[in-house]
Design a protein around this ligand. Structure first.
Ligand code: NAD
Ligand code: WQD
Length: 333
């Protein structure tokens, strides 16, 4: 298929581009480069041995997006483009609603106008809010607790309404848990600008000596060691989940479905420090601080639906997540 990846130069988009190209699809990347660099596309090409077009474009430029869909005869879209920093979304909610919700509306209008009806959408486990039970299945009530999460929920609701209005749509909403790791080549990975908010990139920068120690946000949660528990998933497994979802949309009879993409296993912050030290031989000094506002104690997936319907299973272990993170980070030293 000819597949457009919005936000394709970003962290998850670049890994998905590799997997889709290696599965024989033609990928076209669309990105405004607000949180990525054009050089990533050359690196993707070095891995796949092919050249992939990059259209530097904002997804809110509806007419241009429409033109790109036509120009490349696009049959399916994976929509990664958007803003994703929870703290920033609290400070700048309008920027988040504009980029994420208006961005999705613009893309959907362009797709509708061009008759493109297959879409995979990047959602997040953050839409579950405070877990009422674990593991989280797709029927768990939703209720986002920050503006970023609310943008994802609004888009999900919009997609459900769109699918209800026109049964020719084939939409897969993928709720990612905590993506980490990098491609085994070390050529692409997660490279946040400034001080990382997320645990794994922060640990990697401590290991590289760029930050002195890790702040562990709270050790008094109702978890086995008191620190927060999350479902960390290797970004290549996540990328594979998109390939499986796109294949599924080709024969699915339902216009819109939701899938969790997680491993189903929870690891604490202390587990992560230990796993990283073991996998890389690096020491990660840390200090325990207060809880971070908005954090939940534990969050991990029930991934049975993706296993059954998409025939998708996460393959990578925690050690590989840590090793590949370090390989990418240390390449930047
Ligand atoms: P990322 O920031 O690395 O990638 C997003 C890409 O979209 C960037 O390259 C950015 O330049 C581009 N972009 C942003 N706004 C745009 C716009 N208006 N027009 C065109 N391009 C635009 O983020 P990521 O981690 O790869 O996340 C991809 C998607 O997955 C996002 O929608 C994010 O909300 C979602 N998600 C991410 C995580 C995570 O922890 N990384 C978890 C759950 C869901
Ligand atoms: C993981 C654990 C922290 C940093 C976020 C978004 C979510 C999704 C994924 C996009 C928690 C602890 C972290 C640090 C720490 N993104 N921690 N010290 O919060 O589960 O999810 O990213 O959709 O929406 O909220 O991920 O990596 O920030 O935190 O102790 O410096 O690590 O308290 O327990 P989180 P995270």
């Amino acid at each position: 298929m000819n597949i457009l990846l919005t936000g394709g130069a970003g962290y998850i988009g670049s890994h998905t581009a590799v997997v889709l190209a290696q599965a024989g699809h033609h990928v076209v990347l669309l990105d405004n480069l607000c949180n990525s660099q054009a050089s990533v596309v050359t690196r993707i090409g070095r891995i796949t041995g092919q050249a992939h077009p990059l259209e530097v474009c904002d997804v809110r430029e509806t007419a241009r997006v429409q033109h790109i869909l036509r120009q490349y005869n696009i049959q399916a879209v994976v929509h990664f483009a958007g803003l994703k920093a929870v703290g920033e979304s609290v400070q700048q909610p309008l920027a988040y609603f504009n980029a994420n919700v208006s961005g999705a509306i613009s893309l959907l209008e362009a797709m509708q106008a061009e008759g493109v009806r297959k879409l995979v959408f990047s959602s997040s486990a953050t839409v579950y809010g405070q877990p009422q039970y674990l593991p989280l299945d797709e029927d768990h009530p939703t209720g986002a607790i920050n503006p970023y999460g609310r943008t994802k929920l609004h888009i999900e609701e919009m997609l459900q309404d769109l699918a209800a209005s026109d049964a020719t749509w084939r939409i897969a909403i993928l709720r990612y848990f905590n993506p980490v790791g990098a491609h085994e080549s070390g050529l692409i990975g997660e490279d946040p600008s400034g001080t990382p908010n997320n645990l794994m990139p922060y640990i990697a920068r401590v290991a590289a000596g760029k930050l002195p120690y890790l702040n562990v946000w709270g050790d008094d949660y109702a978890t086995p060691d008191g620190t927060g528990v999350r479902d960390y998933i290797h970004v290549m497994d996540l990328a594979e989940g998109h390939r499986a979802a796109l294949d599924y949309l080709n024969h699915s009879t339902l216009p819109c479905e939701v899938f969790n993409l997680g491993t189903g296993k929870g690891y604490s912050v202390l587990d992560m420090i230990q796993a990283f030290e073991l996998a890389t031989g690096k020491r990660i000094p840390f200090q325990v601080g207060p809880r971070r506002s908005g954090d939940v104690a534990a969050c991990y997936a029930d991934n049975q639906k993706a296993a059954m319907k998409l025939a998708w299973h996460a393959q990578h272990q925690l050690g590989q997540m840590c090793q590949s993170t370090w390989q990418f980070e240390s390449g930047y030293l």
